[in-house]
Design a protein around this ligand. Structure first.
Ligand code: ATP
Length: 618
């Protein structure tokens, strides 16, 4: 497949907002890609050069990118920078300038996907003396041979975002569309789908059948993605062997698993009502890590599946020393711990261990402890389907002698009083609260189900939990805030069903001066002229931004709102956060923001809400 064909598909995707249309075009694009290139097509659609946990950084920042565009087109760097200021997108700048190329290119060739991808990989790997020049050379070589539309996407690759508005769920939908016939050839599958059909009219029934089949297959693909986070490799298997190819995909140390997530309930009584006898664990306030051991090789992933191995040499060593298994994948919460005071450090101290420099020094100053809470894989066996109680027993058995890795503190009980007591003890020792766990539940990768329920410290007059929202736009500052260029944010929650971001709050408080300037510097780089296709908001900010950054927000309560689009019902009333205040940036992907469903569930659980839509007087 030529890169020009891929760029043409990208161009048409960029201009549509209907998800169904988008996945139909993506499906066609993927069906045209050959086996050897489909992985690259998927990664480029994700704005990356490989699966997220292994993706290379192109290593061309904005300044160098301007230089590269100048080099390839014959304009000066200042001219490029000026145009960038006007257009706000280096992709569009490259597109415009290649048209008026001042210098004829000597070696113009038709670009293939492999050539474009290959050059970027080489650029990413280039290092050492003179590497800047060779990076620029390889980048300019691509632009030299690029048409206008090709140039737009080539220039966006180093920025890690092609601005297509395509999320992983839409890519999975597209893959599902391409294998629907094979999926429904299977008699058992067909019968199972037909059983659930409600439509009587034959045409409509066919449509419903197709829709359900698509959802069904999408779930099958997603289940694989949840345990093996490499959509490119999954697409390759599908291309090579059809659906049978999926059987060859299983978890393995070194490939991240999407984490299971906790639901919320407001009290110990409700937890017992839901789970009966359950495990109740201390909720530690550090960061979640997945530890992968393969012989002597240890890989550590963050909650977002980023490779953090280099950052935590102390934990790598601890896994080698303490874990009595050849191969294992297990999870825990890491916290800085003071040997002297025998106390945990607060989150602000622990977070200092997330760094790229001075790693050894900080590791000595603030050694980490890992409180292990689950195990998914052991010596070739997938343990996800085993009940939690059994997994915890297995986990306990493989943790050998040592200080750094220990099991989380836990009790088993069906008494709300005991849970409350355990909760208070946790709070008193400076921790966040508790997590209750269903003793019989499997490990549910990538989903928020009632297998885990969190109960956190609640602040009077506040929602008991904070929410994570994605920034979709901002308002210019007035008065004292004029100097920051930013006075408030427009934010959204994630709607899984439509893979879109729906507005939920305007936020003007909680930001310190440093936060304001950090926000401005981050957001001004991702501003766009129009509302991005995956954003659904009727409120217009002064400046729209790509949905990229997630922040944690506290609010007093959730109210119904005619202004916001989150959870809108037929009457046009959505949900909004009342008195929202920004707490901090979150290292989450936008799709991991709080969802519309969660907002509605939190709304219903508020003490003052009786029936949906009616607010009790208080
Ligand atoms: P979420 O991870 O649910 O999207 P979040 O990042 O805001 O939201 P919390 O709401 O604080 O996290 O609760 C879940 C997190 O609590 C887990 O992801 C994990 O990092 C942490 N945690 C601390 N102690 C435990 C424990 N004993 N068992 C499971 N998770 C724990």
């Amino acid at each position: 497949m030529l890169f020009s064909e891929l760029a043409a598909y990208f161009d048409s995707i960029e201009n549509i907002s209907s998800r169904l249309e988008m996945s139909t075009i993506l499906a066609e694009m993927l069906s045209k890609a050959e086996e050897k290139e489909i992985g690259m097509v998927i990664y480029l659609s994700q704005g990356a050069l490989g699966p997220r946990h292994k993706a290379l950084e192109v290593g061309i920042g904005e300044g160098l990118l301007e230089q590269g565009i100048a080099k390839a087109t014959g304009y000066t760097k200042d001219e490029v920078a000026k145009l960038y200021k006007q257009m706000g997108d280096l992709g569009l700048v490259a597109e415009k300038l290649v048209e008026g190329r001042k210098q004829g290119s000597l070696f113009s060739e038709k670009l293939t996907i492999a050539k474009v991808f290959g050059n970027f990989v080489k650029i990413a790997q280039a290092g050492g003396k003179g590497s800047q020049d060779s990076k620029l050379g390889m980048f300019a070589e691509l632009l030299n041979s690029a048409s206008k539309v090709e140039a737009r996407y080539i220039a966006r690759v180093p920025l890690g975002n092609l601005r297509l508005g395509v999320g992983d769920p839409t890519l999975m939908d597209a893959l599902a569309l391409n294998y629907l016939d094979e999926f429904t050839e299977n008699k058992k599958t067909r019968k199972a789908i037909e059983k659930g059909l409600k439509e009587k009219n034959e045409e409509k029934r066919k449509e419903e059948f197709r829709l359900r089949a698509r959802q069904g297959l999408r779930e099958v693909i997603e289940a694989k993605y949840n345990i093996f986070s490499d959509l490119g490799a999954i697409a390759e298997k599908l291309k090579a062997k059809g659906l049978r190819g999926l059987d060859e995909i299983d978890m393995m140390p070194g490939a991240p698993i999407r984490p299971t997530l906790a639901e919320r309930l407001p009290s110990a009584e409700e937890i017992v009502k839901k789970l009966g006898k359950c495990a109740v664990e201390t909720k530690y306030d550090g960061f979640r890590l997945a530890m992968h051991k393969n012989g002597n090789e240890v890989t550590i992933f963050s909650r977002q599946s980023e490779n953090m191995t280099e950052m935590f040499p102390d934990l790598v060593e601890a896994v080698r020393k303490q874990i009595k298994a050849r191969k294992a994948i297990f999870e825990g919460e890491a916290l800085a711990y003071s040997e002297e005071t025998q106390q945990y450090f607060p989150f602000q101290v622990t977070i200092q261990r997330k760094r790229k420099y001075d790693i050894a020094k900080k590791a000595e100053e603030f050694p980490l402890r890992l409180f292990a809470f689950d195990i998914m894989y052991l010596d070739g066996k997938n343990l996800m389907a085993r009940p939690f109680r059994e997994r915890r027993q297995i986990l306990g058995k493989i943790i050998g002698k040592g200080e750094a890795i220990a099991l989380t503190k836990s009790i088993e009980t069906d008494s709300p009083e005991k849970i409350n007591q355990f909760f208070l003890e946790s709070i008193e020792s400076g921790l966040e609260g508790i997590i209750a766990k269903d003793l019989n539940s499997p490990y549910i990768a990538g989903a928020r189900k009632f297998a885990w329920i969190k109960l956190k410290r609640s602040y009077k007059g506040e929602l008991s939990d904070s929410v994570d929202v994605t920034i979709i736009g901002y308002f210019k500052g007035r008065g004292k805030r004029t100097q920051f260029g930013l006075g408030g944010l427009l934010t959204a929650v994630y709607d899984r069903e439509s893979d879109t971001f729906k507005s939920v709050a305007k936020i003007g408080t909680g930001m310190s001066e440093e936060m304001l300037s950090e926000l401005e510097s981050k957001l001004s780089k991702t501003s766009v002229k129009q509302r991005p296709s995956r954003v659904d908001s009727e409120i217009e900010p002064h400046i729209w931004v790509e949905p990229l950054y997630v922040i944690e927000v506290r609010a007093d309560e959730i109210t119904r709102s005619p202004m916001h689009t989150a959870g809108r019902d037929k009457g046009g009333t959505g949900y909004a956060l009342r008195f929202p205040r920004m707490i901090k940036f979150r290292e989450k992907r936008p799709e991991e923001s709080t969802t519309v469903e969660e907002i509605i569930a939190m709304y219903r659980k508020q003490p003052s809400v009786q029936v949906e839509g009616t607010v009790a007087e208080s």
